[in-house]
Design a protein around this ligand. Structure first.
Ligand code: TYD
Length: 137
């Protein structure tokens, strides 16, 4: 299973670092929404869903967390701990986030507004949709 990590150019100088995110340039879609998670309590995991259409890029702008991406037949673990790296999450991926560091700020850019009807929150339903070719990019 291919994991798409996007290297984000860091503009660093003796003052520190700056990363710029631009829609349809280093972010491969039109950005409609940005949200971020922080102050995640110890031992808490989030996610546990896939989407019908939504594409997203996740960036640990501070701290770290562990992603699980699952395409219905394979599961991959990825540690996000680099503010200069984006993880592209296609809609058809089941995703879970675990092991948030206390200082983790996980920012997500999305190509659509929040829409609860785009969520698939049942893993067995996800597996059956993906295995029957009912979900596609
Ligand atoms: P939730 O889907 O539970 O987050 P996660 O998948 O990370 O566990 O979202 C938490 C709450 O925030 C829920 O009430 C829906 C709301 N929410 C929005 O209003 N807008 C958004 O863009 C997102 C992602 C969530």
């Amino acid at each position: 299973m291919e994991i798409k990590l996007i290297p984000l150019q860091t503009h660093g100088d003796d003052r520190g670092c700056l990363v710029s995110l631009e829609q349809s340039k280093n972010i491969p879609f039109e950005v409609k929404r940005v949200y971020y998670m922080f102050d995640t309590k110890q031992g808490v995991s989030r996610g546990y869903h896939a989407h019908i259409k939504l594409k997203q890029v996740a960036i640990a702008v501070k701290g770290s967390c562990r992603f699980i991406l699952d395409n219905g037949s394979e599961r991959v673990d990825i540690i996000l701990n680099n503010p200069a790296q984006g993880l592209l999450i296609d809609s058809t991926m089941w995703r879970e986030m675990h092991d948030f560091s206390d200082d983790c700020v996980l920012m997500v850019l999305a190509d659509s507004f929040y829409d609860e009807t785009d969520y698939i929150r049942d893993y067995n339903q996800f597996k059956s949709l993906v295995n029957n070719g009912k979900l596609s990019d």
